[in-house]
Design a protein around this ligand. Sequence first.
Ligand code: ADP
Ligand code: MG
Length: 238
Amino acid sequence: MATVEIRGLKKAYNKLAVLHGIDVDIADGEFVVLVGPSGCGKSTLLRMIAGLEDITGGELRIGGRVVNDLPPRERDLAMVFQNYALYPHLTVRANMAFSLKLQRMGGGAIDARVEEIAKTLGLQHLLDRYPRQLSGGQRQRVAMGRAIVRAPQLFLFDEPLSNLDAKLRVQVRSEIKALHQRHRTTTIYVTHDQVEAMTMGDKVVVMRDGLIEQMGDPLTLYDRPATRFVAGFIGSPA
Ligand code: ADP
Ligand code: MG
């Protein structure tokens, strides 16, 4: 069960506090969006959940287990960044198979799994190409494929659409939602774009200056913003 419990989470870089105590409960299978202006601490929070940043204070549980001191590879999660670094010297197939090989899955099973996921992402005709032979949108889809093949219990996305043009952004956004509808993997999705947040989140967490300003389902945030900041950011009627 991939519940995520974030309790009083704090982060300081040297002496500079950037997260001041974050509390969020995420249910198994939920799609939660963290949204807020640039610099409010979204990536820092996500990287702490991924195990890429030390936790300064508070407690983090994934699937009921305290993971504060657990290395990333033992957290059973996959993260997709905006600059989706693929291995340039490996084909799409090898990029997607990489983590399965590390898990010592057998060759036949790896091929079957990679082909299944490639099909769901519309990548099956691109499996033998190299990253430089792909468009930005196709590369982004390979990055997602690489995350999905392992069937982790938790997906983390950090502004995965920001390098795509407007039209592709809308398309990949609905692909991410469709994948979530199919697999129901617990997902934490970071964006600074309120439209993206409101259209994608089951639950939206609005952050400001290292604190949570308000969280709730999109309609509640829109109809009953708790603060003027939320109203302004979400674009609620005055
Ligand atoms: P967001 O993703 O919401 O734009 P970040 O989590 O990247 O925000 O950054 C939050 C704050 O922490 C910012 O003020 C940023 O400058 C600071 N920060 C982020 N990473 C580091 C770091 N490695 N060292 C020092 N300060 C950092
Ligand atoms: Mg960020």
